[in-house]
Unconditional design. Structure first.
Ligand SMILES: [Mg+2]
Ligand SMILES: [Mg+2]
Lengths: 430, 430
């Protein structure tokens, strides 16, 4: 069928008569002029319909309801005061389908009301802008890895054993066997890195937590990378380059969406390389200097991360966490085995941990010892131990939570708006 | 740490001394010369170590076992007879870790043996080549959509209701509610298309089938697209352009991997646009002309698809299937409602259905009627029906099975080799 012109390409057609196809987002009328605001998913444009020029069309257009599907013909002109910078002088309007009374009006609605109608809510300009930014971040991350010799190796979603305890795992009946939805592809990623050198994966991960905070989803997407012959320092460098690359790309390509969201763009422009780095111990000191009570050896909570992030314009690494509170596979610092060669990357503006990463134990005996200390069943990890039996090398990796990154870049109050169809504690619909 | 040179970049360093890091894939010795074949996941290179030039190094190298991790220093030279086109004259070898006796030797192994060691099997040249081709196809598909104004909108993995019956669904306990792993994002994609115009998603999908064929996996990745204002013809054009784009990119960037697999590349070069198109009815006639017994109205099985594909060099569309055997949402052909505006794309060389797609019903009443005919619970589809209540437009979409596409392009016997960690009827390990 006739494809028409996408609204985002109107700038290429100034002075021409084009046809756009989309939905009526809103309408204003002065009695003599109707302003039809049309969205097509790539942008919005105001289309100006003058009664004296086309009285019958004008009458017909009066009956078009919000979210009705329409085809609008008109001449494109520059109009800096108008959204997107262009307007159309309407020469024709065709009604494709008349919408019933649309539930999401231009007044305020409660979050539960909107969440129940998420399939419609995503049409609104703010949600639409967030989804476009999310998509840009996703493509950018992939481009980054592709350009840096990282091979995509998908990790499995259905997994046989728990990586770190089963309390937060979704369990599944797999043809009579117990299986679980993945929380992280990391162990597989280590195997994949030994096969392709540098790898990344990017897929959904799951956590069956009984949490109902603004930072938690049951289903979220994670970008994970793992590289052979990368040490902890290489790994942090890779992370900061990736995050910086993403921020620059969004600034370049999705600036209008950021503006639509009312994002303070200067905050993103202030992100600079290299990212600041604190040791865990320094971070504890920083907290104490701000009057927080904190005991060395504890893990940071969200409020601590927020306080730490407030001292920096860029994401900040917290380096060398206590070995005790980190996963069994984290490599101890040879210079100080109380801490590991692992860091979290904390987002600015109180968005918390974006990335967790570090160098992995490459020594077979130490890894076996750690499994024992953590009371993990060795049989389930035999294949993982193989990676240390056959050509073990120094290697490191990380996982970036996509939704928290989107939330930070868009400055959203809650991660539920960062994903098209959020899965939360009491929400699996639509 | 020192990163060294990736083997795939050796061509840029002819005449220079470089250091590569990787694993010993194989070794040959003449007594005076050792040939160390090193892999690093980006390629393989033969490194030549001459006893008279470095007697101590030569002795040490004798003890390096298969899959040991090593660092090799040497001068790069062109050598057309050698794999990859280059060789290294070794000036130094450093052992990073000595491998225990490697289970996957250079002789033949049974598939079950290899599958139990999939985490190691992926290191071998054939499996490695397949994974690189898979990654290239994945990135290419995303590039295609990005370039064609399609926005990535991730569909959910955990879903509340069954799209088409529950017998092949993995069921999940979602905090006390029943939920299922997605079989297809399509219904969500339709909602997303009404929000962003043209969308795609690309993620894992699941089918709990008790099938054990060479075409089935329990967990597989699907590329799905959905576009507002696309009709059936637009949809088929999009599909053929995407598949053609993928084939050209693999030919351009992964030719060496195809050669390593022994792929008859002329078969891929023979793929041409536009793809041939048969109506379902014509396909039935074709089968009959080949001596097959077939009754109009039945669905094709794998053997039928193979016979049909044998008549064509390119993937072939089978268009306008009987309405009776297709999903409830498929739009009937206004000129002949016995058939739908939907087509499957059948891969060449007997690889069967790659894509299923079609135009969707955009009329509310007809869709409600279809739900009833298919005995589907209307409540579960209320949100989906909303898409016809509020600004319904003609729209179409499709889903491409990644693993079958990889199998065809690589000409593999079984889809289990197309995915890093296959999930099959009796296999969820490693
Ligand atoms: Mg933390
Ligand atoms: Mg079929």
């Amino acid at each position: 069928m006739q494809q028409g012109t996408l609204i985002k390409h109107l700038g290429k057609h100034v002075g021409e008569e084009v046809t756009i196809q989309g939905w009526l987002y809103n309408k204003r009328s002065s009695g003599k002029i109707q302003f039809l605001i049309v969205r097509d998913g790539t942008g919005m444009v105001q289309s100006v319909l003058v009664k004296s020029e086309a009285p019958e069309l004008f009458e017909m257009a009066k009956g078009i309801t919000q979210e009705s599907a329409i085809r609008v013909k008109g001449v494109v002109r520059e109009e800096p005061r108008s959204m997107g910078g262009y307007e159309m002088s309407v020469t024709g309007v065709e009604l494709i389908s008349l919408a019933q009374e649309y539930p999401i009006t231009h007044k305020e609605h409660g979050v539960d009301f909107l969440m129940d109608r998420r399939h419609l809510w995503i049409r609104t300009p703010r949600q639409n802008a967030v989804l476009r930014i999310r998509a840009e971040i996703e493509q950018t991350a992939r481009d980054f890895f592709h350009q840096n010799d990282f091979t995509l190796v998908d990790s499995p979603i259905i997994t046989p054993a728990a990586c770190e305890g089963t309390t937060t795992l979704f369990e599944l009946d797999y043809h009579g066997e117990k299986a679980y939805l993945t929380q992280s592809g990391q162990l597989y990623n280590e195997a994949s890195a030994m096969a392709v050198g540098r790898m990344y994966c990017f897929g959904p991960t799951f956590r069956a937590e009984k949490s109902k905070t603004r930072r938690h989803l049951m289903e979220f997407w994670m970008i994970e990378a793992e590289a052979a012959f990368f040490d902890h320092e290489d790994n942090m460098k890779l992370q900061e380059e990736m995050v910086y690359f993403i921020v620059q790309r969004v600034l370049e390509r999705r600036r209008k969406d950021l503006e639509l969201l009312g994002r303070d763009i200067s905050k993103l422009e202030a992100v600079k390389l290299p990212f600041p780095k604190l040791s865990y111990t320094e971070a504890v000191e920083l907290l104490k200097s701000k009057g927080e009570e904190f005991v060395w050896g504890e893990d940071f909570g969200a409020p601590h991360e927020t306080i730490i992030s407030e001292s920096f314009d860029s994401p900040v690494f917290i380096d060398r966490y206590p070995t005790e509170i980190k996963a069994f596979y984290m490599k101890p610092d040879p210079a100080d085995p109380k801490v590991v060669l692992g860091a979290d990357l904390i987002a600015p503006e109180g968005y918390g941990e974006m990335i967790g990463g570090g160098q992995r134990i490459d020594d077979l005996q130490l890894l076996e010892q750690r499994l024992e200390e953590h009371k993990l069943p060795k049989e389930a990890f035999e294949w993982y131990l193989d990676l240390r039996r056959y050509g073990s090398v120094p290697h490191a990796g990380f996982g970036l939570g996509l939704e928290r990154t989107v939330a930070w870049i868009c400055k959203l109050d809650h991660v539920r708006e960062t994903i098209p169809y959020p899965r939360m504690l009491y929400r699996v619909y639509p």
